[in-house]
Design a protein around this ligand. Structure first.
Ligand code: GDP
Ligand code: IMO
Ligand code: MG
Length: 429
């Protein structure tokens, strides 16, 4: 399939990085299209573990070309640190990493403003990753941002920065933080922009040409549907469109070029940061999921809240994003739980609802309506065929496929590359 979109259908951390690395083995180009260094995508290869924030998760596969599209907000310091780290570990990126000249740049003051806004929100803080994501996308929409191409023109960069410094300093002053000095920002940025320059390209042209030549292009979403700026639990969301809609805007590939949409879900739910999470479990089951699933943020190290699979969110993701098939990750983590639950609907104000409400306060007030399934004890990490799973695990996967209404084509039973089951056309009914 020439253009495939892989995106998260929950609250992020579904295992997108692990899946993209797997699929990248047979892809020519791997592209990130939105988000920034708020993402933490983990790839495990033997004893090596890589946590990627800005680099596409295709970089570990040696044959791939990797693109950071125009829709990504790029923190050049973090990006170059990632490049250095990979090169130190023997992975060379010269000639196979391209960064869009149109991508907006996260500058140090964006991170300070992110932290300042969180402080000003007080008890209503969103729990952002403090990576400057909201302020950078905010500047982009306000038409006050700086793009990668601007960094390569320091004279006009400093001029525009001087002209807009007053507004930014207003926010910093309100939070009791030091004002930004445009000349210093430019000095800091000059060095990094020289190092970034060799990777900069018109990536839209590059992708259109790859598409025309029939190359396999794998596009990697960051975050997940419930954190989507339009469809998620606003304002407890990130600042971009996380699904295939974001792909077209964030790469320059036309929407009709997308041949296949592969949604990624975890076999349960997690959430990090503030906001509604009706199927959260704070009892022994939640503890089991957190411990067995090692549910700590790959970017901030924060503990992720854990709970049952939320079919209300996943169904909405499947229908609005046109999901063709699903990859189900971390099924192995459920081994040892006596009972499993799936949240099939919410109850709000005495009514049963099948879609998330518009207001976060209503979403917060929703009670999960769950169906129970028997659990299993066996370790699943060695299973490679659906029929070799315990009967209870087969029934649980079938139930998820049914509530989603979309074929589950990949089942992952471990973080390592070979630990998965492929079920072409979905699991048998
Ligand atoms: P992403 O942000 O969607 O790429 O996901 P993260 O990397 O933040 O979190 C997923 C975590 O689960 C990582 O530590 C992965 O190594 C791990 N992981 C992925 N798939 C599986 C799986 O099937 N089983 C287990 N046990 N761990 C997995
Ligand atoms: P990956 O790609 C999980 C959450 C933050 C916070 C909200 C807004 O690894 O799945 P932001 O810094 O984006 O302004 O924070 O979004 N968040 C994520 N949660 N996985 C992620 O990325 C996330 N990126 C942002 O915790 O609640
Ligand atoms: Mg992650």
């Amino acid at each position: 399939m020439p253009v495939t979109c892989v995106f998260g259908m929950q609250w992020g951390d579904e295992g997108k990085g692990r899946l993209v690395d797997l699929l990248a083995a047979s892809s020519d180009v791997v592209v990130r299209y939105q988000g920034g260094a708020n993402a933490g995508h983990t790839v495990v290869v033997g004893r090596e573990k890589y946590v990627l924030h800005l680099l596409p998760s295709g970089v570990i596969q040696p044959r791939t070309v990797n693109v950071i599209g125009n829709g990504v907000v790029v923190d050049p310091w973090t990006l170059l640190a990632e490049v250095d780290e990979l090169e130190r570990r023997g992975i060379q990126l010269g000639g196979r990493l391209f960064v869009s000249d149109r991508a907006h740049v996260v500058l140090p003051y964006h991170k300070r403003i992110d932290a300042a806004l969180e402080r000003l929100r007080g008890a209503a803080s969103l729990g952002t990753t403090s990576r400057g994501i909201g302020p950078t996308y905010g500047d982009k929409a306000m038409r006050e941002g700086f793009r990668v191409a601007d960094l390569l023109r320091p004279e006009s960069f400093v001029e525009r920065l001087r002209a807009t410094a007053a507004a930014r300093n207003g926010i910093l002053a309100r939070a009791g933080l030091e004002a930004l000095d445009p000349e210093q920002v430019v000095r800091e940025t000059l060095e990094v922009s020289q190092r970034l320059a060799p990777y900069v390209a018109d990536t839209t042209a590059l992708l259109l040409e790859a598409h025309r030549a029939g190359k396999d292009i794998l596009c990697e979403g960051a975050q997940g549907f419930a954190l989507d700026v339009d469809h998620g639990s606003y304002p407890y969301v990130t600042s971009s469109s996380t699904g295939p809609a974001g792909l077209a805007a964030g790469t320059g590939l036309p929407p009709r070029a997308i041949d296949r949409v592969l949604g990624v879900v975890k076999a349960y739910s997690t959430r990090v940061g503030a906001g509604p999470f009706p199927s959260r479990d704070t009892g022994p089951a939640g503890l089991h999921l957190g411990e067995r699933g090692h549910e700590f943020g790959a970017t901030t190290g924060r503990k992720r809240d854990c709970g049952w699979f939320d079919a209300v969110v996943a169904r909405r993701a499947a229908s609005t994003q046109g999901v063709d098939s699903v990859a189900l990750m971390k099924l192995d983590v459920l081994s040892g739980l006596p009972e499993l639950k799936v949240c099939e609907a919410y109850e709000l104000g005495g009514k049963r609802i099948l879609a998330p409400p518009a207001l976060a306060e209503d979403w917060e007030a929703c009670r999960p309506v769950c169906r129970s399934y028997p659990g299993w004890d066996r370790d699943l990490s060695g299973v490679r065929r659906f029929h070799d799973l315990p009967r209870e695990a087969q029934a649980y996967v079938r139930a998820l496929q049914e509530v989603l209404g979309v074929a589950i084509e990949v089942i992952s039973v471990g973080a390592e590359r070979d630990r998965f089951i492929r079920t072409t056309g979905g699991v048998p009914a």
